[in-house]
Design a protein around this ligand. Structure first.
Ligand SMILES: Nc1ncnc2c1ncn2[C@@H]1O[C@H](COP(=O)(O)OP(=O)(O)OP(=O)(O)O)[C@@H](O)[C@H]1O
Ligand SMILES: [Mg+2]
Length: 404
């Protein structure tokens, strides 16, 4: 089999150093992570999800702590093998470790022959029971029909509404490199941003990620940094970032620009649903129609949901006119609430959850989480999107400013 990936958790510096020295000489195994203290379970799982080790070499110097981590691994990352490390072979501790399910116990001075044998037994166990990890399919792209329709406002507020139900499980990625605003909206001060995530995409792990990500309002956020319209994230970098995000969060919301750059299209290909934001104005609706045609040509149209933002009763174009203009239903409507949005911006937070607009954001979030409300009946919507394209004119001209 391919090289075994190992992680070492060993607070004792001497044991750790001696083990590293010895294991470096064993072919077919590579140490990809080192933790020089016992992590808590959350940190441990982040490490596992981001590095996906086949085996964790776990010091049993603090046996209760080690057994707690072992239990966590058994329940949350079945298939990850655990080998115990210790200074001496203390029979009582070994017995307890074996009872808890550890099959390999390695003690100083770490005899090379024994290590090699242990490595081949671990490799066989990995072959029999591969690592099973949860990755989420809940990636959502938020796409503006036209600049300034409120996409970032919707994306941020929906992400925070998701976080209200699922604290710490939601990531908001601002991938609008030409006019990213999420960092400003939430008054984030972190200097690292999505550009750093892209530059480190191939080697992302939770320590790099911790420097890039910010926590606010119950969610984690990677903002887009300073304006960077010329920076391009390539498709592979996007996939690495999203793979990492899928392993570490339950729901991932991505704010993209409406320019349809290659990396935005890649995000949409990765997304489960594309929320296209429109306002009840003719230019926005015209471009929404163009974009629907464009997405149809990429086979992405069936995952589009139309969100009507900044709606007010006196809007000149009514929701039913919008639906017939676009040929697709409006999935969710968010009212125009200049004051509510303004107050939230001033405070660097989401809009008041008890306000009408706040409740509307929560409704979309709840529908994403499967806490269905009447507004989110999906089947008829998708059917109508497909029907729409059978009546579209054959050639749909590309929208101005689209990059392909
Ligand atoms: N429901 C709403 N009610 C009132 N104002 C809103 C609403 N949604 C957004 N806005 C306002 O609309 C403006 C544009 O919002 P936002 O930056 O979120 O749009 P965007 O589509 O992401 O723009 P861009 O194309 O620059 O990315 C902001 O001033 C924002 O406060
Ligand atoms: Mg925006």
């Amino acid at each position: 089999m391919a090289t075994l990936r190992g992680a070492v958790i060993c607070p004792d510096p001497e044991i750790g150093a001696r083990f590293d020295e010895a294991i470096a000489e064993i072919p077919g195994i590579q140490i990809i992570r080192e933790m020089r203290r016992y992590p808590d379970l959350l940190e441990l799982m982040r490490m596992v999800r981001s590095s996906v080790p086949h085996v964790v070499f776990l010091s049993i110097e603090d046996l209760p702590k080690a057994l707690e981590l072992l239990e966590g691994l058994k329940s949350q990352a079945p298939g990850v093998q655990v080998a115990a490390l210790s200074r001496t072979l203390d029979p009582a501790a070994l017995l307890e470790a074996m009872r808890a399910g550890i099959r390999e116990c390695l003690a100083m001075p770490f005899d090379r022959g024994e290590l090699a044998e242990a490595a081949s037994r671990i490799a066989a166990a990995v072959r029999d029971a591969p690592v099973l990890l949860d990755v989420t399919e809940h990636v959502y792209a938020f796409l503006p029909s036209k600049q300034g329709v409120g996409t970032s406002t919707v994306a941020m507020n929906v992400a925070v509404a998701l976080g209200r139900r699922k604290k710490g499980e939601v990531l908001l990625l601002d991938m609008d490199l030409s006019s990213g605003i999420i960092g400003f909206m939430l008054k984030l001060t972190n200097t690292h941003c999505v550009v750093d995530a892209a530059e480190n995409a191939h080697s992302l792990d939770e320590s790099i990620w911790d420097q890039i990500v910010c926590k606010k309002g119950g969610i984690e956020i990677v903002h887009s940094g300073r304006l960077n319209p010329d920076f391009r994230i390539d498709a592979q970098q996007i996939r690495h970032i999203l793979d990492f995000a899928r392993r570490n969060y339950k729901t991932v919301c991505v704010d993209i620009s409406g320019n349809l750059e290659k990396y935005s299209i890649e995000v949409m290909h990765e997304a489960r649903e594309i929320f296209m934001v429109v306002t009840p104005e003719i230019p926005s609706l015209h471009l929404a129609r163009e974009k629907l045609g464009f997405l149809h040509r990429l086979d992405l149209a069936d995952r589009v949901q139309v969100l009507l933002n900044r709606y007010h009763k006196k809007s000149l174009v009514t929701p039913s006119q919008i639906e017939s203009l676009l040929g697709v239903p409006i999935a969710f409507t968010f009212q125009n609430d200049y004051q509510g949005v303004h107050a939230a911006l001033q405070d660097g937070r989401a809009v008041e959850p008890a306000s009408e607009l706040g409740k509307q954001f929560q409704t979309l979030a709840d529908s994403i989480l499967g806490l269905k409300t009447e507004e989110s009946s999906q089947a008829p919507q998708k059917k109508r999107i497909v029907e729409f394209f059978s009546i579209l004119p054959q050639r749909v001209p590309a929208a101005g400013g689209e990059r392909q």
